[in-house]
Design a protein around this ligand. Structure first.
Ligand code: BG6
Length: 310
């Protein structure tokens, strides 16, 4: 039986013939019939859609799933998946000076090319996807570029988004690994790692504020871009009895987001009652932390996500 085509022009069957690792990793039709890689190794299970290069599941063995996906998410060409790890590039949020541009860039709602799949000596499973940004196809790219996304699934989830500028001039871009985490109750979690940082408060007219030294608590709609924050962040979740840690490199911004009650109701692809069960702590370069990549050079944004019981 033939399933829908990936933009690499391969069917699920052809992808399996070329890339599958018997007993460990195989392609299958996912939600909405979109092709999905399913990984089940002794270390973890994970799911990865070619659509958006989107990881929707990561569950290290012995833990419950770390990533949150809305029960109301769309799974369709041209639409972003609500949850998991949307890849945001080449701009974050609205595009500066261009309100008609789609929010969060050009790659989260389109199919990526599948490049390679292997099992490492560590038993981690590593998938590589690529996306070609072409000015000829869309001037919004700003520059021709090649995006290479390496997803490594083991006891931790390692994500590395490498952007190579293939244009003749410098490329300035924003980016994010927009991780949605499952939490027991967002009102009970604490986020550490951002003490003393300056942030842009998007729910208070983009005003610039300073975080105090205490762990962050979520007490209402929260949408903050923390600047110059290269350190690891931790989501401490007393209800689920675990601590999720996000370590990062090549990232100077950290975004913390929860829509709370009213905004959740306004989003068609987000259940009205789902907001207490998620928090986004995003590994990003946004706003004044936008990255400039020289012609021919590559910038890599990377996050390593793991959990510990507490
Ligand atoms: C966050 C932004 O990263 O993503 C928020 O800071 C935004 O402003 C949220 O609301 C979700 O964005 P979207 O486009 O997926 O609804």
């Amino acid at each position: 039986m033939l399933h829908r085509m990936a933009n690499s022009n391969l069917t699920v069957e052809q992808l399996n013939k070329t890339f599958a690792i018997p007993g460990i990793a195989k392609f299958e039709p996912g939600e909405g019939g979109l092709p999905r890689l399913y990984i089940a190794s002794p270390l973890a299970t994970a799911e990865l859609y070619l659509h958006g290069g989107h990881v929707t599941r990561f569950q290290p063995t012995g833990h419950s799933p770390l990533l949150w996906v809305s029960g109301s998410s769309l799974f369709a060409d041209g639409k972003a998946i609500r949850g998991g790890v949307p890849v945001i590039f080449p701009w974050f949020g609205g595009k500066a000076g261009d309100p008609s541009a789609p929010a969060h860039g050009l790659v989260r709602s389109r199919s990526w090319n599948f490049h390679s799949l292997k099992q490492l000596p560590s038993d981690e499973v590593q998938a590589v996807l690529t996306f070609n940004g072409s000015l000829a196809e869309n001037p919004l790219w700003g520059s021709d570029c090649l995006v290479t996304y390496t997803i490594t699934v083991g006891t931790k989830l390692r994500l590395a988004l490498a952007v190579q500028n293939r244009g003749p001039g410098p490329m300035t871009c924003e980016q994010a690994l927009h991780t949605y985490f499952t939490v027991g109750d967002v009102r009970l979690v604490s986020v550490t790692g951002l003490a003393g940082a300056a942030y842009i408060d998007k729910v208070d007219g983009n005003s610039r504020k300073l975080q105090d030294g205490a762990p962050i608590k979520i007490t209402g709609e929260t949408d903050r871009v923390y600047l110059d924050t290269p350190a690891a962040c931790t989501v401490i979740d007393p209800k689920l009895g675990r601590r999720i840690t996000v370590e990062k490199t090549g990232s100077l911004s950290t975004v913390v987001w929860n829509p709370w009650i009213e905004k959740a109701k306004k989003m068609a692809d987000f259940g009205d009652e789902e907001w207490p069960s998620m928090i986004c702590v995003e590994t990003a370069n946004a706003g004044e932390n936008a990255v400039t990549v020289a012609p021919g050079a590559t910038h890599t944004l990377a996050a390593t996500i793991g959990a510990e019981k507490i």
